[in-house]
Structures are given as structure tokens and as C-alpha cells.
Design a protein around this ligand. Structure first.
Ligand SMILES: Cc1cc2nc3c(=O)[nH]c(=O)nc-3n(C[C@H](O)[C@H](O)[C@H](O)COP(=O)(O)OP(=O)(O)OC[C@H]3O[C@@H](n4cnc5c(N)ncnc54)[C@H](O)[C@@H]3O)c2cc1C
Length: 481
């Protein structure tokens, strides 16, 4: 078998633009078609370009083939075929990654999980559901409507992203503040390892032994391909109070966030949108936001009805103390839904501002929010890049959105430099370069600023154990020694 030489766990090889010999690619495609059926394998150039990037559009590379398996066994077979040809394999759900996690560096096979989209079981008595990796987050939310339970992780991309993608990135979302990230809601996994073997792990299978589930959640497709997930179901809260609070400065909005937590209140969510985002939302959807507001907080309290109003009054009082100009409460379930629609539609409105955007995902200790939001403005100015902000403010998780035109290479250069400066500032604040979007290819270089070499080496050992040869998700997460 003709195959490329080299170890796919070496990001330098992967990033070198290396491509497989034509004979290897032809043999690969032939074998994939023979096993999965012609209709489940894409290999024409015009079809492959769709998969050359994900939500992070700055880096692109074409895969050699895209496959659509429909079972764990088929995923395992694809991994084995890729191993025989020594080509990389990249798992892909909905492709909403904002860090280039689905970028097929080095070409190879993209494994689309989107045809594995069955909800296999909803077991309310045991408060769990079993889903295939390609089930959409919103699909599960809809299936659970009326049961009194929900799957708590609700990324703003909920309408598109898959639960497999949520597991792979350990996704968060607006309600992470109270309910935690995806790892807190996964009870078991079925995965295909780098050698093609299938493993079932997690407390639902066996509570003893090493916590491999904890290792796999958030590993961004670099340790295994997730095919099936046992998710925890959370009882719906009895009641909600959802507020829209308008501020004249970003400082007062972010200080209000720290004060609320400081007073011992844990809202379900505290989301921030700045003036730039408010303007884009108004232009796109006319929600009726005041265009002169510097910041809006969407604050949601939930829990037993008794006591919620008292908590709400405390929150309103704190916001007023910090100079809130206006506080509105959603009076009906429809108004509450509308407020969340406004927040979750923010990304969709960005097209009003620029043709391309890059969303950063830094996290800082909550009390440093005023500082980081000020620095974001300064860094944007210094690099002549327009930046607007949404934030899961309660978590100290900022999402500066850098606006640019992809065709202007010099501007792209400035955007990358500004993005790096922003994340370095988060590290300097005692924070990190990702709260929820993952490292992908985008932030791989910053891993050496976060971890000492022995820490990275320990992670490389874990990767080699689960993904020998490094063919799963090469060039992601872990930098070269
Ligand atoms: C508008 C917008 C809003 C967003 N809001 C949030 C938010 O609030 N919170 C948040 O956490 N993220 C958010 N994201 C980022 C993204 O939606 C999440 O990371 C999501 O979990 C990715 O799911 P996906 O199905 O699109 O995965 P993909 O983008 O397809 O893949 C993401 C990564 O996971 C790997 N992967 C995917 N499926 C599997 C699998 N089955 N097995 C192994 N590896 C796999 C891929 O290789 C890649 O590294 C947002 C993105 C957008 C575009």
C-alpha cells in the first residue's frame, strides 16, 4: 500500500500542506465506496469545498473524501480504512465550530455524523436519554417538550449544533452559569478509538475505574469519534423571571454581574450584549432596543416560584445601584422566548455589519470583566479592527466578535494579531483562551502559554494511547513538543 510517511500527531507535518499521493486517495475512495455505498461518499471537488472549513473561516483545506456513516460499526470501518491508507480522519457534526476544529488539515476523510440522528431512548424514570451523535441539540429539546425535563446545555448555536459536537467541545451556553457545561450532563458514551475499536464508557456503564468520560468530553475529536451519548435530563424549573436591563456603560453592566454573584445569587443566565451588537440586532430584526444603550444584560432567575420575586427585586436593586437606566421583565412565556431569541439571533445579525467575522472565546475571572471589556476596545483600536461584544457575562466568558473582509489579506492579518492580543490579555488576567469553543487550530499556539511542557507531554501520552498514529483530528489542540 502506498502511503504517506510521517506521524500525524506532529502538527508541523500536518500544517505543511502535505497531501496524499493520488494513488492513495483513489484507493481510499474506492474502499470507502465499496463499504459504505457510493451514495454515502463524496469525492468531487465541487462537493468537497463545502467541508474545507467550519465557522472559523480564516483557514481552509479540502478533504479527500467526506463520508456519511449511519452506525457505529460504519464509523469504526471508516477509521480502519483510513488507518490502512495512513490518512487523517476528522469528525464533523454541524460544523458550527468557531475554532477550526473541523478543518481537515492534511486532507483525508471527514466523517459526517449528521445521518446518525436518532433519539434512541427517553427514560424519564432514570432521567436520561440516549441519542446518536448527530442529533441536534434543539431536536432533543423539542422531543422533550412537555415531559417536564430538558437537556441543560443550550449553546447559542442550539438550532444547528449536534450533541456529538457539544460533547466534543464540552459546550457551554447561556445557562452554564447555573447548570454547568456539557460534561456535567453526560452519563455515558460510545466511541470509536483511533485504532477502530469501539468502547462504551461512563458511569451509566460502570461507575468504577478511571474517568475516561471526563477525558473524552472536550477532546475535540482528537481522541475518539463519539457515536452515541447517554445524556442526563434535568427537571424544568417551576418558574422564571427574565429581565432585560439597559446600561449606559459597559463598566456598570459588568460590575452589576459581579455584584449579583457577590450577593450570593446565582441566576440561571446573565448575558451581555454591547452597543455594536444591539445596533446589528435592531437593523436586522427591530426588536425595539434603544440604540444609544452601551450594554444590555439579559438576566434569568429560575427555580421554585416561592422566593423568586424577592430574588428578582434584589437583582433589580443591584442593577439600579450600578446605574441601570431601565429594567423590563418578560411578562409572558412568549416575551421570555422573544428575549432569548434576541440574544441567540445575535450571530445571525452580524451579516449587517461585515462580510466575515471571527468570534473569540476568552474567559477571565468575573471581577475582571470591566477590565477585559475596556482592553477589547483598546486592542481593536490598536489593530484597526472593529469589534463588537456578546458575553456569557456571568461566567466571565467574553466573545469579542472581530469584523472584517476575508478578501483583504492585510486586514485578516490584523484580525489574527488582534485576536491573539485579546486572548493573551485573558491569560494575563488569570483566565484562559477558551471557555467553550475549544482550541481547534485557531488557538493551538497559545497552548504553550497556558501549559508547561510536562503538562502538554502528559496530554500527548493520553492522545497516543487512544489515538495511536494521531490520525484522528491531527493538528488540533496539542502543539508540537
Ligand atoms: C452562532 C454560534 C453560536 C455559538 N454559541 C455557542 C455557545 O453558546 N456555547 C458553546 O459552547 N459553543 C457555541 N458555539 C460553538 C459551537 O456551536 C459549539 O462548539 C458546538 O458544540 C459545536 O457543535 P457541532 O455539531 O457544530 O460540532 P462541529 O463544529 O461539527 O465540531 C466541533 C468539534 O468537535 C469535533 N466533533 C464533532 N462531532 C464529533 C463527534 N461525534 N465525535 C468526536 N468529535 C466530534 C470536531 O472534529 C470539531 O473538533 C457557537 C457557534 C456559533 C456559530
Amino acid at each position: 500500500m502506498e502511503a504517506c510517511l510521517g506521524d500525524w500527531s506532529d502538527p508541523q507535518l500536518v500544517a505543511s500542506g502535505f497531501r496524499m499521493a493520488v494513488s492513495v486517495v483513489l484507493s481510499l475512495i474506492k474502499e470507502l465506496r465499496r463499504t459504505l455505498g457510493r451514495e454515502n461518499v463524496l469525492s468531487a471537488h465541487s462537493e468537497l469545498v463545502v467541508y474545507e472549513c467550519d465557522g472559523y473561516t480564516i483557514e481552509k483545506n479540502r478533504p479527500d473524501a467526506v463520508v456519511f456513516p449511519q452506525s457505529t460499526e460504519q464509523v469504526a470501518t471508516v477509521v480502519r480504512i483510513a488507518n490502512e491508507h495512513n490518512v487523517p480522519v476528522v469528525a464533523r457534526g454541524a460544523g458550527t465550530s468557531l475554532a477550526g476544529g473541523c478543518l481537515p488539515l492534511g486532507g483525508g476523510v471527514v466523517v459526517m455524523l449528521t445521518r446518525m440522528r436518532r433519539i434512541l431512548q427517553v427514560d424519564l424514570r432514570n432521567r436520561l436519554a440516549v441519542v446518536e451523535a448527530g442529533v441536534l441539540n434543539l431536536q432533543l429539546a423539542r422531543a422533550l417538550a412537555g415531559t417536564g425535563y430538558h437537556f441543560a446545555p443550550d449553546p447559542s448555536s442550539q438550532g444547528a449544533c449536534t450533541i456529538g459536537g457539544n460533547v466534543a467541545t464540552n459546550a457551554g451556553g447561556p445557562h452554564t452559569l447555573k447548570y454547568g457545561v456539557t460534561v456535567n450532563h453526560v452519563l455515558g458514551l460510545e466511541v470509536v478509538l483511533g485504532d477502530g475499536s469501539v468502547l462504551a464508557l461512563g458511569p451509566v456503564h460502570n461507575p468504577a475505574g478511571l474517568d475516561l468520560l471526563g477525558v473524552l468530553v472536550g477532546s475535540e475529536g482528537t481522541l475518539a469519534i463519539v457515536t452515541k451519548i447517554w445524556v442526563r435530563l434535568t427537571p424544568n424549573p417551576q418558574d422564571y423571571r427574565t429581565l432585560r436591563v439597559i446600561f449606559d456603560t459597559l463598566d456598570s453592566a459588568s460590575n452589576a454581574v459581579s455584584d449579583i454573584i457577590g450577593e450570593g445569587i446565582i441566576p440561571a443566565a446573565m448575558e451581555l450584549m454591547d452597543r455594536g451588537i444591539i445596533g446589528a440586532l435592531e437593523e436586522a430584526y427591530q426588536f425595539g432596543f434603544p440604540l444609544d444603550a452601551e450594554a444590555i444584560l439579559v438576566i434569568e432567575l429560575d427555580g421554585p416560584s416561592a422566593g423568586l420575586d424577592r430574588q428578582k427585586e434584589q437583582v433589580v436593586e443591584i442593577c439600579r445601584r450600578q446605574g441601570a437606566r431601565e429594567v423590563l421583565q418578560a411578562a409572558t412565556a412568549q416575551e421570555r422566548q422573544m428575549l432569548w431569541k434576541c440574544r441567540k439571533a445575535a450571530a445571525g445579525a452580524l451579516g449587517r455589519l461585515s462580510s466575515s467575522y471571527c468570534t473569540q472565546d476568552g474567559v477571565v475571572p468575573r471581577t475582571r470583566l470591566p477590565h477585559i471589556l475596556r482592553r477589547i476596545v483598546e486592542i481593536g483600536r490598536a489593530h484597526r479592527v472593529r469589534v463588537v461584544n456578546v458575553a456569557h457575562a456571568g461566567d466571565g466568558n467574553v466573545h469579542p466578535v472581530l469584523l472584517f473582509d476575508e478578501r483583504d489579506k492585510e486586514e485578516v492579518h490584523r484580525v489574527l494579531a488582534a485576536g491573539r492580543a485579546l486572548l493573551e490579555e485573558c491569560i494575563a488576567c488569570g483566565g484562559s483562551v477558551t471557555a467553550e469553543h475549544g482550541i481547534g487550530v485557531e488557538k493551538i499556539e497559545l497552548m504553550t502559554s497556558l501549559f508547561a511542557e510536562p503538562d502538554l507531554e502528559a496530554m500527548r501520552h493520553v492522545r497516543s494511547a487512544m489515538n495511536p498514529g494521531g490520525r484522528l483530528g491531527p493538528g488540533k489542540v496539542l502543539p508540537s513538543p
